[in-house]
Design a protein around this ligand. Structure first.
Ligand SMILES: Nc1nc2c(ncn2[C@@H]2O[C@H](COP(=O)(O)OP(=O)(O)OP(=O)(O)O)[C@@H](O)[C@H]2O)c(=O)[nH]1
Ligand SMILES: [Mg+2]
Length: 314
């Protein structure tokens, strides 16, 4: 024992642990990759852009290494307050991480958005270790991949390049193995059986938001938010979950309910089934829609999402 507080913690097990931020343009496949690494769906996935709103941590094990993946909102040019809060959360995730993995969609290649991200990464300086993962390789031919990899590596000094399909699993183990080896020596940061550090109330709210996003069109998913109001454990082992869906217009309420309440019924069923599968027990889900014209300017809604509400965000 020593009283020198600067001495690193003893690490007799030879374990490693650290944070790996997944960043990229909206829809690049960050949440899909996180879920595959963790082996469970902790972050919601849709075919639409701007699905993830806050930083979501998922814990993956690789031998003696514990990799804490940080899923982030997509990086794009923010216009509105919610946009700014999301993009700020994403860059915050990148600057706090031991390693950053930039996901680039193989098919879309070097877009203006990717160029902007590379410029910003360059400004972060050499202290940040950044790896490149070209995702969705199941969608393009090999020569396209090689060309894209060369172009991206000429634009930024990535420490390593991976070709992956987060959805199909190709190349994912190589990425996991590499990350496991480069993380700092450290005791594990979470208990071995923990897969996420998001409260279950929030995971449940996200599940409902995913089903709404899949069901609704145009801007509406962006303009709603879901919060778990109440969670009650019942003596028979089931859970009663009450959630509120906030929308900004009366008309939106009608769309979410659907004719004869069909839309909300099917959303509720799909969300409940996913909650039951995740929890391994019965769930009684009650959804209510509330019109709150100003929720996008309401700081409490942001803190519920795990986002910072800042004056500069308007
Ligand atoms: N074909 C193919 N589709 C993929 C792959 N990875 C992800 N997708 C799909 O791409 C879409 C977006 O995936 P997400 O994981 O939600 O993307 P994201 O980067 O988290 O998106 P935001 O949260 O909006 O920033 C979904 O429809 C996924 O099923 C892949 O390897 N191949
Ligand atoms: Mg996402």
């Amino acid at each position: 024992m020593t009283d020198d507080t600067n001495t690193p913690m003893p690490n007799p097990g030879g374990t490693r642990a650290g944070f790996v931020a997944l960043i990229g343009e909206p829809n690049a496949g960050k949440s899909t990759l996180l879920n595959r690494m963790v082996g469970a769906k902790v972050s919601i996935v849709t075919h639409k852009v701007q699905t993830t709103r806050a930083r979501i941590r998922g814990v993956a094990m690789a031998g003696a290494s514990q990799i804490v993946f940080v899923d982030t909102p997509g990086l794009f040019q923010p216009k509105r307050r919610l946009d700014r809060a999301m993009v700020a959360a994403a860059w915050g995730g990148a600057s706090d991480a031991d390693v950053v993995v930039l996901l680039v969609e193989a098919q879309r290649g070097m877009t203006e958005g990717v160029e902007r991200i590379l410029t910003r990464l360059g400004e972060m300086g050499a202290g940040t270790r950044v790896a490149l993962a070209i995702n969705k390789i199941d969608r393009v031919e090999a020569p396209v991949l090689l060309g894209l990899s060369a172009k991206l590596n000429a634009a930024y000094p990535f420490v390593e390049t991976f070709m992956i399909s987060a959805e199909k699993g190709h190349g994912v183990e190589a990425l996991r193995g590499w990350l496991a080896g480069v993380l700092p020596e450290s005791p594990w940061l979470y208990p071995e059986d923990q897969i996420a550090d998001l409260p279950m109330r929030m995971i449940a709210a996200e599940m409902t938001r995913e089903k709404l996003t899949l069901r609704l069109h145009q801007e509406l998913p962006y303009q709603l938010t879901v919060e778990t109001e109440n969670w009650e454990e019942r003596p028979d082992g089931s859970a009663r979950i009450d959630q509120l869906i906030y929308v900004i217009r009366d008309g939106h309420k009608g769309i979410i309910l659907g004719s004869k309440g069909e839309t909300i019924k099917s959303v509720s069923k799909a969300a409940r089934e996913e909650m039951e599968a995740f929890l391994g027990r019965k769930v009684h889900l009650f959804l209510q829609v509330k019109v709150r014209p100003n929720w996008l300017e309401d700081s409490e809604r942001y803190s519920e999402m795990g986002l910072e509400f800042r004056d500069g965000n308007q």
